[in-house]
Design a protein around this ligand. Structure first.
Ligand SMILES: C[S@@+](CC[C@H](N)C(=O)[O-])C[C@H]1O[C@@H](n2cnc3c(N)ncnc32)[C@H](O)[C@@H]1O
Length: 574
């Protein structure tokens, strides 16, 4: 079709745009360039006004004149034009490609058999997409080096073949290719200048504003207790796909832990740290674990203690009935009893524990979001003490705990979160631990950083402000200590481990399964992964793209150095 590009008065939404939603936010993905734009529902509604080929931008802007606060509707038209989301009606965007440089995306999975490539993609919860290239297409792919323009490739392979490949591989179902205005060599020593879309992917669920309800926003989803009680239906999948923990990655003997499991190493470290734990021949230890996952920590701690000749009583308090059932199965035959209930409200099963373990669960407990305005903070004069006190009084338990434990929040960003559920748990633990007893609480977080949201999960989870947690624990009466989990378990940081994301892991699992290789969610080191592949596939040659990272920086989808432990001791006399 011939289009009068210069004189058209109309604009239309590009047919190459697709829409996604996650936790109250909307994203538009461009199926040719790979751009990702994040927006709120009202801005998507604005874009959606440009359906059909007779829409005048002036009219849409007039209707939305004061809709976006300080931003004008015209500025959004400009952004949508810049990112190819609005076009002159009927305009063929394939015409615009040739000066762009095709770039291979991060987290691609492909296999090469008999000279041709097959891509595997499984974005978010979407079905696996398996895309086989022809020999000619594979030849084009092999020429993509992040430097040559599409025009250069077209000179050798012809425009129709090259544009078909871009359509196929940049499409939201595959996302193997992005188009960049600049060659990758430009970013060599300026990685931080790279436009984020070049290394990002769109794993969220497709969203149609006309028929779908927007998934609830972060605040609306709090608290996550509801998530665990109702939404965990497949226990193994929960840890293999939705939410992996460090202890899950080390649930089998691991070379980075000198051939031991997480649970074994943990109890060994605690035994060396706390002589009062009667771990050893003839000793007796009573342990409570809060939130036991699949039960592997319970199993390995109990087995290790029994091996030392210690008499163990091990209780788990678990919120999710599905996980409780799995814990019973995985600890069968051991002295482990599982109690179902919410750690913040249920009666704790005992009051004389030697040790309480809360491994990677306090991030699941309730947090509260606050703003400076709510508490009279951030004014030119600093904190308004009266407004601050009055604000705290409106916050219920959160305000009470800030006051009671004098939790400093004057340095909070705006807005900010407080790990109120974790503070409540610490208060409850005082009554569960016998004098001289201990607790360990691990989670991802920092000593001085306010909680940040972890977005890769299907439910909201916040990091822990360990500084505030320590203040609460001391105020309650505990002696405290703080450690990196990887130091506590003496993890070998130098080793290289397989790096994955959730979607990449699913795609890789499918690719390997086609070659009779069973991949499970485990902390694969480089030699372990190569050993798993055997002589069936070779990274870089017949399997791509495999990334390894230093174990402390990334193992599968986790960042081990982010995990910290708060260690508590209840003094003998208080
Ligand atoms: C991220 S998992 C960690 C599991 C295990 N400790 C591990 O290291 O693999 C969190 C666990 O805490 C449980 N949980 C979450 N909120 C809870 C609550 N309020 N009371 C008791 N258990 C809870 C979950 O069901 C799950 O078993």
């Amino acid at each position: 079709m011939s289009v009068d590009h210069g004189n058209s008065r109309y604009l239309q939404r590009s047919p190459y745009t697709s829409t996604y939603a996650h936790m109250g936010e909307i994203y538009v993905y461009h199926d040719l360039f790979g751009y990702i734009l994040k927006m709120s529902p009202d801005i998507l509604a604005f874009l959606e006004r440009f359906e059909g080929d007779r829409v005048l931008p002036e009219e849409v802007c007039r209707d939305n004149a004061n809709a976006f606060g300080e931003m004008t509707p015209e500025s959004f038209v400009g952004i949508f034009l810049q990112f190819g989301c609005l076009i002159i009606p009927g305009y063929d965007q394939l015409k615009d490609l040739w000066d762009y440089i095709p770039v291979r995306s991060r987290w691609n999975v492909w296999t090469r058999v008999g000279g041709t490539l097959t891509f595997y993609a499984a974005w978010g919860e979407r079905e696996l997409a398996k895309v086989a290239l022809t020999e000619a297409e594979t030849a084009i792919w092999d020429r993509i080096d992040g430097e040559a323009k599409l025009d250069d490739l077209a000179a050798d392979f012809g425009k129709p073949a090259v544009s078909e490949l871009v359509k196929k591989l940049a499409h939201n179902s595959v996302q193997a290719l992005k188009l960049s205005a600049l060659p990758m060599s430009f970013y060599k020593h300026k990685q931080h200048m790279k436009p984020p879309y070049l290394t990002s992917t769109m794993p969220y669920a497709p969203y149609d504003a006309k028929t779908d309800t927007l998934p609830p926003g972060f605040e609306d989803m709090f608290s996550p207790e509801g998530y665990y009680r109702h939404d965990v239906s497949d226990a193994d999948a929960q840890f293999d796909h939705q939410e992996t923990t460090l202890s899950h990655l080390f649930r089998r003997p691991h070379p980075a832990l000198r051939g031991r499991t997480y649970g074994e190493t943990l109890i060994d470290a605690l035994k060396r740290r706390w002589a009062s734990l009667e771990v050893g021949s003839g000793g007796k230890v009573k342990i409570l674990e809060i939130g036991g996952g699949l039960g592997w920590v319970a199993r390995h701690v109990t087995e290790a203690l029994e091996k030392f000749g210690t008499e163990v009583t091990y209780h788990i308090l678990e919120l999710s009935p599905t996980l409780a059932a799995k814990q019973r199965e995985n600890t069968a035959g051991l002295s482990v009893t599982i109690f179902e209930g919410d750690a913040l409200t249920a009666d704790l099963p005992g009051d004389d524990y030697d040790l309480v373990i809360s491994n990677e669960m306090i991030g699941d407990l309730t947090a509260i979001k606050l703003t400076h305005a709510q508490l009279g903070m951030g004014g030119e004069e600093g904190i308004d003490d009266d407004a601050f006190e009055a604000g705290l009084d409106t916050l219920g338990i959160a305000g009470e705990l800030v006051k009671k434990h004098t939790v400093p929040i004057g340095d909070a960003p705006d807005p900010f979160y407080l790990n109120v559920g974790a503070w409540q748990l610490i208060e409850r633990l005082w009554g569960a631990i016998k004098p001289g007893g201990h607790a360990i609480l691990t989670e991802f977080g920092e000593l001085g950083r306010y909680p940040v949201l972890s977005t890769q999960l299907d439910h909201p989870e916040l990091s822990i402000h360990f500084g505030q947690l320590t203040i609460v624990a001391r105020s309650v009466g505990f002696e405290t200590d703080y450690e990196f989990v990887m130091d506590l378990i003496d993890m070998n940081r130098e080793m290289k481990g397989l790096a994955t994301t959730r979607s990449y892991f699913r795609a890789l699992t499918a690719a390997l399964a086609d070659h009779d290789i069973a991949l499970d969610k485990f902390g694969y080191t480089k030699p372990m992964f190569l050993n798993l592949l055997g002589d069936k596939l070779r990274p870089g040659k017949t399997l791509g793209e495999i990334e390894y990272d230093n174990l402390e920086d990334r193992l599968m989808g986790l960042v081990p150095h982010e995990f910290k432990a708060l260690l508590l001791t209840k003094p003998l006399s208080h």
